[in-house]
Design a protein around this ligand. Structure first.
Ligand code: FES
Ligand code: FE
Length: 393
């Protein structure tokens, strides 16, 4: 096991709070998990400012297929253009602002038509028709087209960014995998963008998104709530998450054949993995809302959609080699392992959420040494948010 903890400076102890013994570090105060104003600022300065993983590209498998997703305070429409490229737009009609696509997913033949007065846009967002448009020759079809949103594809997903000047995708998204795995090539070996969807489960979690991130980053809870996972990855019973270290993957137990609910064999190792990556589990947090879990025969990718201070929808995809899915192989034992882990984790987050409003948590809780790396997440978040007692908030 490598022993280099991930870099990062912990969040400062809030003013007025008693100094902590060296073993402990402060969490965020409870208000950060409940206050709608803080959530609003997170929408503005985190979800709308950063690259946000919106849609799996293969879900939009032909021109005209679309999905709508909530990104911060905006509803974003992602669709496939006739050229085959993905495009993202604000889901807002340029006429009088009606929401253009009401469904979460669907397909149009050639155009997107507003259900209010029938302004009609092509799949590149240009305004191409409207009642009496010929009588308004001065209306520019591009200028009154849909508002484009920046989009990048990585790992087979469309990542969108609402910022006028998006941050570097390489630094803020790809960089998270490099920082965690210690090698830019390591994630490429899984060929995630070429994998096929074996299962998708959507969880509606009654908890703040940060509780879900913090929980994912640590394994202090693994021995208590994840009996199946610690059978497969015995070192997790010690409480140190793979994410605590740069480049470390948790090794399978000696009698374990695969990353399945009962340790039985999974599927063939993905073809480009190195020997070191075989029989190991790696986890990456791509801030703000994505978790990537890498095991030898599949990839599990979580996308979070924070909808309120106390509600987060999590969409979890299990991705396998295309031939595994095409063969109709039974992936249920493979899926069941992380599905149980998800439910165990989300139950814990839901159990924690109500207490965030308790006076017992007014100044927050504490992080033990195996959780200290979560302090870097808190410090990062506080930098993004700026001073929270700012009267302009
Ligand atoms: Fe969309 Fe009028 S609001 S056509
Ligand atoms: Fe967990």
């Amino acid at each position: 096991m490598t022993t280099t903890p991930l870099p990062g400076t912990p969040a400062p102890v809030p003013p007025g709070r008693d100094p902590l013994p060296p073993s402990l570090r402060a969490t965020l105060p409870g208000r950060h998990y409940t206050d709608p104003e803080i959530f609003r600022r997170e929408q503005e300065r985190v979800f709308e400012a950063m690259w946000f993983c919106a849609v799996r590209g293969a879900d939009l498998d032909r021109p005209g297929a679309f999905r709508t997703v909530q990104v911060g305070r905006e509803n974003v429409l992602v669709t496939r253009a006739r050229t085959g490229e993905l495009r993202a737009f604000l889901n807002v009609c340029r006429h009088r602002g009606a929401r253009l696509c009401l469904e979460e997913s669907g397909e149009v033949r050639r155009t997107l038509q507003c259900p209010y007065h029938a302004w009609t846009y092509d799949l590149d967002g240009r305004l191409i028709a409207a009642p009496n448009l010929v009588g308004m020759p001065d209306v520019d079809r591009v200028e009154y087209g849909l508002v484009r949103v920046a989009l990048r594809e990585w790992l087979g997903y469309a990542w969108v960014c609402l910022a006028d000047e998006p941050p570097s995708f390489e630094e803020t998204v790809v960089g998270a995998a490099v920082e965690r795995l210690g090698d830019p090539a390591a994630i490429e070996h899984y060929g995630t963008e070429r994998l096929a969807l074996g299962e998708r489960v959507r969880y509606d979690v009654r908890a703040n998104w940060k509780l879900i991130v913090e929980n994912f980053m640590e394994c202090y809870h693994c021995a208590t709530i994840h009996p199946e996972l610690t059978e497969v990855l015995p070192e997790f019973a010690d409480g140190y998450a793979a994410q605590y270290y740069v480049g470390h993957g948790a090794a399978f137990g000696s009698g374990v054949e695969g990353f399945t609910v009962d340790g039985s064999a999974g599927f063939g190792t993905l073809p480009e993995l190195t020997e070191e990556q075989d029989r190991r589990y790696y986890a990456i947090t791509v801030k703000p809302t994505v978790f990537v879990n890498l095991v030898p025969d599949h990839v599990i990718l979580h996308r979070m959609f924070p909808l309120a201070a106390d509600r987060t929808v999590v969409e979890c995809d299990w991705l396998y080699a295309p031939e595994v899915v095409a063969s109709g192989a039974d992936v249920s034992r493979s899926v069941e392992l992380f599905h149980r882990v998800n439910r165990q984790d989300f139950d814990a987050c839901e159990r924690t959420q109500p207490a965030m409003a308790s006076r017992a948590y007014r100044d927050g809780g504490v992080l033990v040494p195996s959780e200290h790396h979560i302090g870097a997440f808190h410090a990062w978040l506080l930098r993004q948010l700026g001073p929270i007692d700012d009267p302009s908030m």
